[in-house]
Design a protein around this ligand. Sequence first.
Ligand SMILES: Cc1cc2nc3c(=O)[nH]c(=O)nc-3n(C[C@H](O)[C@H](O)[C@H](O)COP(=O)(O)OP(=O)(O)OC[C@H]3O[C@@H](n4cnc5c(N)ncnc54)[C@H](O)[C@@H]3O)c2cc1C
Length: 636
Amino acid sequence: MQCYNSTCLSPTIGVAPQIFASALQFFAATQCLLSEKPVPDADVRNLEKFDFIIVGAGTAGSILANRLSAINDWSVLLIEAGDDEPVEAKIPVLNSALLKNKKYDWAYQTAPNGKNNLANKNESVNWPRGKILGGSSNLNAMIYVQGNDEDYKNWYDAGNKEWSVEEVRRCFRKAESFQDMKALENPVISNHYGHNGPLIINTFNSTYGYSKKVLCAWDEMGIRNVEDLNEANVMGSGIMRATAADGIRQSHNRAYLNPVVTRKNLKIMKNSFVTKILIKNLSKTAYGVEVRRKTRKYRLLAGKEVIISAGAINSPQLLMLSGIGPREHLRAKGISVVVDSPMVGQNLQDHILLPIPIYGDEPGEKSVADQQFAVIQYLYNRTGSLAENRVANVLAFYSENKNATYPDFQSHLHIIWKNDSNLRNLLGNIYNYKDQVVNPIVKMNQKHAIYMHAFNLLHPHSKGNISLVSNDPYDYPIIHNNYFSDPRDLESAVTGIKMLTKVVNTTYFRSVRAFLGRMEWPACNVYELDSREYWKCVSVNMSVTVYHPVGTCMMGPDPTTSVVSSRLKVHGVNSLRVIDASIMPNITSGNTNGPVTAIGERGAELVIEDHMRASESRNIGERNAELDIEDYTINK
Ligand SMILES: Cc1cc2nc3c(=O)[nH]c(=O)nc-3n(C[C@H](O)[C@H](O)[C@H](O)COP(=O)(O)OP(=O)(O)OC[C@H]3O[C@@H](n4cnc5c(N)ncnc54)[C@H](O)[C@@H]3O)c2cc1C
């Protein structure tokens, strides 16, 4: 637009500028439609007693607060370190604006090990985690993937009898309210999803044209297009489902907390950090928590249970601070050992993300007018690029074996328009690459668009761990991601990457004169582009994260090899459970917010079942004395 930045020179009688200004004012005012009342911050007294205390109002914690407080007789306290969400969390494209903002993101970084991620600043990978009502469901990219049946069969076969494929699938459906009008016309897809749950599942209000062309290309190379990836057991390629509707994020606080904040038996503390679980030494029974809110310290008591839903990094940290963890490690940090639980903080699994730059002639540059119009479009009817994720709305799941029913690899896609002003932020700030990596790609982008395939290895053998720096709860824990510590992962990743780079030979990519670009790094520049050695070097030096840490309080029957039982009770401690991403024995196929939702739903059922059974047995007089929760958990 040529007159952009210049003054208007035409004569006017004032009417035209007035209607233009009034329309712009009108659109500016519609942003208020996005705001919601803040969640009331509970008034609590020191030593106040609740039936349940839940630590962390994230994906899992929000579900627990909703389901447990549905039982009128129970009092529930939900404690969250973060605050209400800002409006940016609701607008799909703006989630990355919250990353590294320490009010809303814990902004963890992995520990350097001198071998991996040498191309990243500080040789470490950014690991954001939501510190906000809704937790990481309010920071994430809203991609809704349920995982493959085989994931849950593996959990079940490892001795976790509450987690059969059927039970997990039922819990997905319990959570979901599937609202994609077109897909609902297909009975197979419609039956696959739930329809009456709190969490709206839809597709982005999307106007992408280019991602459809990539879908065709993936299909041509053998990653077959499917109508619904979840129904297809996450094999093939297709449009992603999203926890977004009408252009607005459907976080777990929006879905599960906001509708129930007025319940009299539910209190929510915001900006409140739990520093310790209180555990009776002799009976090893959890009976409350220590909390800090601003300058005040509280001890709050739980009559039935304490439930930790602080996520895959903070849950093991809190257990260790409270004396539950590997004995020697706790002693070294001056923490008295309540239970020697060697697997706390171990078994850390994550999905790596390796960007593969494929350059092409289209799309061209976005004009300033296009970018400004997108904002108006969003304010007008919640469509356009603000209503979409920054990642394109397509996914590919594939395996080396073309007939496989279990995916080995996943790819996301970033479509980066020519000369995109956000690219430097993505590479340098979010992926945390050094300038030597960033500059050549930004320079290439001046002339070419990029179809950045974000490759991910779905089932890594490598395991990391989380440990304490000290016994100070405010010290961030040490995160060793240990990517590629198991050599099988490197071989497997290279195989998956090389399958993906073949996309340049497909009809569409040939038509835009696509070519694979180099990720410049001195140690890797000596290898031929696209050779196995080149990809090994790039993978080791540049793999970042898809933000899926899990497994650090893993579930299993044996206390020496797991942290919680199949009913999510902490081994060796009564009245204490962990319910969040950390309980996964093995990481699922794809993005983890959906599976953590099923964990939250199943976890809530297990808590309710256990306590209902206890009160039934009390009612039918099996026990005369008032049931003591300590006796109950011991005798069960
Ligand atoms: C940037 C990003 C993008 C992602 N994109 C996707 C995606 O598109 N699709 C997908 O499926 N998954 C995605 N994920 C992963 C997914 O969001 C997580 O797996 C899921 O939200 C984890 O849920 P959780 O309940 O285990 O933990 P969280 O949702 O992280 O909740 C933990 C909560 O506990 C609070 N807390 C922690 N410690 C304490 C304490 N001591 N006291 C009080 N409160 C505490 C935290 O502040 C937080 O609110 C993404 C994650 C991130 C960070």
